[in-house]
Design a protein. Sequence first.
Length: 327
Amino acid sequence: MTIAPAQAPVRVEGLHLIRHGASGPEDLVTDLSFDLPRGSALALVGESGSGKSLSALAIMGLLPQGVQVAGGTVSLFGQDSSRLSKRDWRRLRGTRLAMIFQDPMTSLDPCFKVGAQIVETILAHEDISRADARARAIELLEQVQIPDPQARLHAYPHELSGGLRQRVMIAAALALRPEILIADEPTTALDVTTQAAIVSLVDDLRRDLDLGVLWITHDLGVVSQLADRVAVLYAGEMVECATKDEIFAAPRHPYTVGLIDSARVREPGIPFGLIKGSVPEPGAWPTGCRFAPRCPIAQDACATHPLASAGEEHMTRCHFPGKAVLQ
Ligand SMILES: Nc1ncnc2c1ncn2[C@@H]1O[C@H](COP(=O)(O)OP(=O)(O)OP(=O)(O)O)[C@@H](O)[C@H]1O
Ligand code: SF4
Ligand SMILES: [Mg+2]
């Protein structure tokens, strides 16, 4: 008897997000599919406006006003997320699914001491004493390597450095022992050394806690440090997805090749962006391959929109995969 592999806690299938523009609905994200198993780290990379944050927010059930799911499904722990009630979502967020952002003040309240914020989060969800919740808060601050955690419990967020605030935000996100952590560029505003320390911390936590991590970034240096799989987004769609080793050694999509080439000639920690031109705005995507206006090897066939290669470990969306090569 063969046993089917368990479904990943996060499964995105054919996700389609739209907004309503002046001349009707506009696609923002189309045909997005990926799995996020526990203990794994998937990096979502792509230029500004490619749809990374909206995809993450769709998983969290936190899409901003004006953006809607027009198709596809997000399954969370085996359940179709479109069927979850508000109560289900409240239970899920924090407890099984947590998210951290670039600005820690999106998650931390400036008016409360950091210890109180973590303790109240625990008490709101778990039936334990305040003393136990406080002990757990100290343990969490230790886990994210905050020096002198007892004293730091009494600090207000503004009294901490940027790096410490990010660590507190991670501690707060982990307070309820989630299985999945979604990180939307949480280190972009930090200096390179602090950024590397935070990335390495999350990598350790992933191993120790068997966390599934979805990490959104512009920085291929972060990708190489953290990810085991990489998904490259361009103009609202995934154009390539493979293991990190495959992506860096043998990228197949011309856009990925361009990203890696750009990153090579820049300092580590500096975002990519040397590919000529920019990502077209939603509503202005070419009907054929969306990358065609910037692609160095575009041909007539590229006037037809390429489909994602199906059933392969190394997915590409290009009529000529592997034709553009790293110099
Ligand atoms: N609330 C909104 N209403 C309408 N359009 C939106 C909204 N939020 C984002 N968009 C549009 O959706 C597209 C994708 O946005 P998203 O924020 O997901 O990009 P991103 O890849 O995260 O970019 P960045 O790297 O700059 O954070 C962009 O064109 C953006 O202008
Ligand atoms: S489909 Fe054509 S235009 Fe698009 S990336 Fe591939 S080669 Fe370039
Ligand atoms: Mg974003």
